[in-house]
Design a protein around this ligand. Structure first.
Ligand SMILES: Cc1cc2nc3c(=O)[nH]c(=O)nc-3n(C[C@H](O)[C@H](O)[C@H](O)COP(=O)(O)OP(=O)(O)OC[C@H]3O[C@@H](n4cnc5c(N)ncnc54)[C@H](O)[C@@H]3O)c2cc1C
Length: 382
């Protein structure tokens, strides 16, 4: 039996690329594996949260600067919150962030890995089965080829095969939203540099309009997947989206708009509580570790940060030749100390909102006052 690579990173999204970038000069033989060929689309709101840039800066300042100056972006400096179709709040953000189609953003990170690191890239290689052989990990692809590695990182998103095959977890515990995204051109009234969040008393979550380059906008919404209700399929979320667009609130704004590429749906694995995200010879990052913010639904920043934190753990594993689940717990602890406070607070706020819909009215009323909004944003450190 030969070991083909020290490390396999499954998934070349933000988590996988950040992990490969952070390991660029560490002398490990690494394979970055993806089932798709880049550039590839990823269903998302395309709003890149500010902390993502800070995390790439921490890996390499020059790469961070290149990412900030990326030509496919539109800078975002404010968010507008609408209730019942009427703009109530505008909040100006101090930290840098932008919107960018994921097909471009992810490809930028992927090209960075290709050009700046010695990582072996395995594209169009869908992982079918992973097994822990005690002394190594065996990874079998759909094309029947296979590799043996000392360690594996699951950066393979919401339906992670690494998680399914190596992690013994209770599937009933996983919690997610069904979400959809569509690209539109020609929506009226879009303000440059402003993301729009639209709330309605009939909707548990929010509907978004995020401006993109060349007159495009990313629109979408998510709905809680509830096993008891029959509202969880993306078909139903699509229907809600169509109803919103054709409602009296928006019909004028969408009268000349055209949808390009159709409405597409995907699962948002929301963070619920602290659960192990590692085990013997493996770590999970990003959506595979369910790190999506329960209140805002963003996960790109957490994916990049967790990829970077995983890289530190990987370096320690190889230094000490220790790949045991007990040793991997350091990774869980680091992730918790970085994210637990923020994620559990936002989870709590989301649960209150879902359980007591009438509170929304009070919140709407309070947020009507700009001073209160500014105070709460400062206090909650959003
Ligand atoms: C509708 C929607 C809107 C969203 N909006 C936002 C937003 O505006 N801002 C934000 O920050 N976040 C948003 N998110 C969340 C965000 O998309 C994710 O948190 C982020 O993509 C996680 O990155 P990742 O690297 O963990 O996984 P991914 O980006 O999902 O990458 C996983 C990679 O693994 C590959 N892969 C999967 N299975 C296999 C396999 N078996 N073999 C080989 N390769 C495999 C995939 O091809 C993919 O390239 C949204 C999500 C949805 C669904």
């Amino acid at each position: 039996m030969t070991i083909d690579y020290d490390l396999a990173i499954v998934g070349a999204g933000p988590a996988g690329c950040a992990c490969a970038l952070a390991l660029s000069d560490k002398g490990l033989k690494i394979a970055l594996i993806d089932k798709d060929v880049f550039p590839r689309d990823k269903i998302c709101g395309d709003a890149i949260p500010g902390p993502s840039f800070k995390s790439i800066d921490n890996i390499n300042k020059n790469w961070g600067s290149r990412l900030r100056e990326f030509s496919e972006k539109v800078n975002i400096s404010s968010s507008a919150v609408y209730f019942g179709g009427i703009k109530k709040i505008t909040h100006n953000w101090l930290s840098f962030s932008y919107n960018c189609k994921r097909i471009d953003f992810d490809n930028f990170l992927f090209e960075l890995v290709k050009s700046e690191t010695n990582t072996t890239i395995l594209e169009k290689k869908k992982v079918k089965k992973i097994s822990d052989e005690l002394t190594h990990i065996n990874c079998v692809f759909h094309d029947t080829s296979s590799i043996n590695v000392k360690m594996i990182v699951g950066c393979d998103g919401a339906n992670s095969i690494v998680k399914r095959d190596l992690y013994t977890y209770d599937a009933n515990e996983s919690y997610s939203f069904a979400a959809i995204r569509a690209y539109y051109k020609g929506i009226e009234g879009i303000k440059e540099g402003e993301n729009e969040f639209h709330f309605f008393k009939e909707l548990d979550s929010y509907f978004w309009i995020f401006p993109l380059k060349n007159g495009f906008a990313n629109i979408g919404l998510g709905v809680e997947k509830n096993k008891k209700k029959k509202n969880d399929s993306t078909t139903n979320v699509r229907k809600i989206l169509e109803e919103i667009i054709n409602s009296p609130y928006y019909i004028d704004r969408f009268k000349n708009a055209i949808c390009i590429g159709g409405i597409k749906g995907f699962r948002l694995p929301i963070w619920t509580k602290t659960k192990p995200v590692s085990g013997n010879r493996f770590l999970l990052c990003g959506d595979a570790a369910s790190l999506i913010d329960p209140l805002f639904g963003h996960g790109i920043d957490k994916a990049i940060w967790s990829g970077r934190i995983a890289a530190n753990q990987i370096i320690n594993c190889f230094k000490q030749n220790n790949f045991s689940s007990a040793f991997m717990r350091q990774y869980d602890e680091l992730l918790n100390s970085k994210f637990k406070h923020e994620l559990s607070r936002n989870r709590c706020l989301m649960k209150i909102g879902l359980r007591f819909p009438f509170l929304k009215k009070i919140v709407f009323w309070l947020f009507h006052d700009g001073k209160f909004t500014k105070w709460i944003i400062k206090k909650m450190k959003f």
